[in-house]
Every structure is written in structure tokens, then in C-alpha cells.
Design a binder for this molecule. Structure first.
Ligand code: AR6
Length: 172
């Protein structure tokens, strides 16, 4: 089941929320900043442990940490591509960010997961195309995977909300 809502992802009581992080895993602005601020220092502690093991998180991949003080159980940190006029394999990398997050969620028996609109803020990926990729990737995954029961797309801005609401009509 796919839901679309408008809101702040740090407030959503699901098994896992996804963070639009960067390769350093050390935090940043946008939704990344909001998650670390609201979740407290435990999240960064976990990120640093992962960094010392694997040296960061490549674009299109994902890692999982505690959610600290957030109502979620886990934060899945994924790194979307920086938009470069479509010249740097951005579409495949964005799909990979969603898919890697979903696979990691299943490994941790996550039944409910919330995604922000990865790469559509500071990384400037065109919102319509990003939403199509997100919706397609999630839909295809849910069709063959029974562990994840609910995926919530949490839109922060009204433009993304409208785009996702329109797309959701086409998947029903
Ligand atoms: N809840 C849900 N969505 C949010 C929230 C929130 N609290 N805050 C912002 N958004 P961005 P990116 C939306 O810029 O483009 C960071 O510095 C926002 O409106 O957070 O993937 C990282 O460290 C937009 O639709 O992520 C990276 O360096 C979406 O979240 C870089 O930004 C993604 O915007 C990643 O850039």
C-alpha cells in the first residue's frame, strides 16, 4: 500500500524513515539536518561507526542506524544523485537509492517505511521525474515483496505533494 501525505518526516511513527543524506553521513541541511536535530546525537554516533567501517555511503546505496529520539525505530540513510542535467546517470542512481533503502528495510523486517522526496531539494533533481522514478521503483518492489506493508511518501512542499497525488491516481 502506498500513501502520500504532506508533513515533517521526523514526526512519522513508522518502522523506518529514510534520510536524504550525503556520502559523508555526517549530516547537512534539508531533511538530513531536520532528522539529526530531532533524533539527537545517537544517530550521528551510529553514522560515524559506519564511516569507520566502510568510509561513507556511495551515491545510490543505503545504510541503517538507530532513530534516536524519533518515533520511528530506524533511520535508513541513502544518498541520491546531484542533478547534473541528466548527464551523470542520475535517473538510475535515484532509482538505486530507493531500491537500496527498500532492500535494507526488508533485511531489518521493516513493515512500514516513510520516504522524503530524495534529491529534489539541495540536489535539484527535477521534481516530476524524481517522483515518477520513486513511485515506479516502490510499486515494482511492493509487487514482488510481502514484508513491506506500507510506504508513505512524505512531501514537504506543496509542489511535490501535488505531483505525488496525481501519480498515485495512476497506480490505483
Ligand atoms: N520532512 C520531509 N521532507 C523534508 C523535510 C522534512 N523535515 N525537510 C526538507 N524536506 P533535501 P537532497 C524535503 O535538500 O535534495 C543535505 O544537506 C525537501 O523539501 O533535504 O537529497 C544532505 O546532507 C525536498 O523535497 O535533500 C545532502 O548534502 C526533500 O526533502 C543534501 O542535502 C529533499 O531535499 C541532499 O539533497
Amino acid at each position: 500500500m502506498i500513501e502520500v501525505i504532506q508533513g515533517d518526516i521526523t514526526k512519522i511513527p513508522v518502522d523506518a524513515i529514510v534520510n536524504a543524506a550525503n556520502t559523508s553521513l555526517l549530516g547537512g541541511g534539508g531533511v538530513d539536518g531536520a532528522i539529526h536535530r530531532a533524533g539527537g546525537p545517537e544517530i550521528l554516533e551510529d553514522c560515524k561507526k559506519i564511516r569507520s567501517k566502510q568510509g561513507g555511503c556511495p551515491v545510490g546505496t543505503a545504510v541503517i542506524t538507530t532513530a534516536g529520539k524519533l518515533p520511528a525505530k530506524y533511520v535508513i540513510h541513502t544518498v541520491g544523485p546531484v542533478w547534473n542535467q541528466g548527464k551523470s546517470n542520475e535517473e538510475a542512481l535515484l532509482a538505486s537509492a530507493y531500491l537500496s533503502s527498500l532492500k535494507l528495510a526488508v533485511e531489518h523486517e521493516v513493515n512500514t517505511i516513510a520516504f522524503p522526496n530524495i534529491s529534489t531539494g539541495i540536489y535539484r533533481f527535477p521534481k516530476q521525474r524524481a517522483a515518477e522514478i520513486a513511485m515506479d521503483t516502490v510499486q515494482q518492489f511492493l509487487a514482488v515483496n510481502a514484508v513491506i506493508e506500507k510506504v508513505i511518501f512524505v512531501c514537504f512542499d506543496g509542489e511535490n505533494l501535488e505531483i505525488y497525488r496525481e501519480l498515485l491516481k495512476t497506480v490505483r
